[in-house]
Write a protein that binds this ligand. Structure first.
Ligand code: ADP
Ligand code: MG
Length: 252
């Protein structure tokens, strides 16, 4: 079964059609890399999956549940805000900007969600936060404040923070675009580990090397529509469409 299934997703902002019928399927445990030029609608699509935007047409299912709806008595009902928040909990999101809480340590940043939102016992949540920080290579930074960490370290804390909510699905929106080039590798390494561990991931990125290494599917989006999709060897090394070829010539 697909963990994510998007069918005919449309989204406009005013008169501007940003998504023009996007179809996408992500099987459980799969990594999908979403590539495409700036303004193609990549971020908007991720935000729709996470219900940060409502869609105008089509439907998105996450783990069999239609995003933004609940089934009651055989009919779909639009979710209320609290129910949306609940649906969103199963989805971890990592942005270009890490947005850590500045007045909390790395450890507190990671443990905050489990304690406050999931109501996990503090001791347990902090132990698990320590383990997660170790997993992203930051065992020695648990007590550091965000401003004491490099961009790459902050982004790894942000990934640990998302994982602490035990998501079924992780969405990454250009997680390395704001980093100095020498810090990109340490964040990608964590993402490669996560992929190998079986996490289902949709990753918007310009890192073609990463896509080639871990993606099961590469999806190329232009002007709100999927232009080309398939395994990396096909889309990256033997693109059929001119738009894909032009884009790859620029980023490779
Ligand atoms: P990408 O992530 O591929 O660069 P985006 O999804 O951010 O593309 O944006 C696609 C288009 O939608 C752009 O033209 C952008 O200006 C527009 N857009 C995105 N968010 C909004 C918004 N909240 N209001 C109006 N226009 C928006
Ligand atoms: Mg974007």
């Amino acid at each position: 079964m697909s963990l994510v299934r998007a069918v005919g997703v449309r989204k406009a902002f005013g008169a501007v059609e940003v998504l023009r019928g996007v179809d996408l399927e992500v099987a459980a445990g799969e990594v999908v890399c979403l590539l495409g030029p700036s303004g193609a609608g990549k971020s908007t699509f991720l935000r729709c999956v996470n219900h940060l935007e409502t869609i105008d047409a089509g439907r998105i299912w996450v783990d069999g549940t239609p995003v933004g709806f609940a089934e009651r008595g055989g009919r779909l009902h639009e979710l209320r805000e609290r129910e949306v928040a609940r649906q969103r909990r199963d989805i971890g999101m990592v942005f270009q900007r890490f947005n850590l809480f500045p007045h909390r340590t790395a450890l507190e940043n990671v443990a905050e969600g489990p304690v406050r939102v999931l109501r996990r016992p503090r001791g347990e949540a902090f132990d698990e936060a320590r383990e997660l920080l170790a997993r992203v290579g930051l065992a020695d930074k648990v007590d550091a404040w965000p401003h004491q960490l490099s961009g790459g370290q902050q982004q790894r804390v942000a990934i640990a923070r998302a994982l602490a909510m035990r998501p079924k699905l992780m969405l990454f929106d250009e997680p390395t675009s704001a980093l100095d080039p020498e810090l990109v590798g340490e964040v990608l390494d964590v993402m490669v580990d996560l992929a190998r561990d079986g996490m289902t991931m949709v990753v918007v990125t310009h890192e073609v090397g990463f896509a080639r290494q871990v993606a099961d599917q590469v999806v190329f989006l232009v002007d709100g529509a999927v232009v080309e999709a398939g395994p990396p060897a096909q889309v990256l090394d033997n693109p059929q469409r001119q738009r894909t070829q032009q884009f790859l010539a620029k980023v490779l």
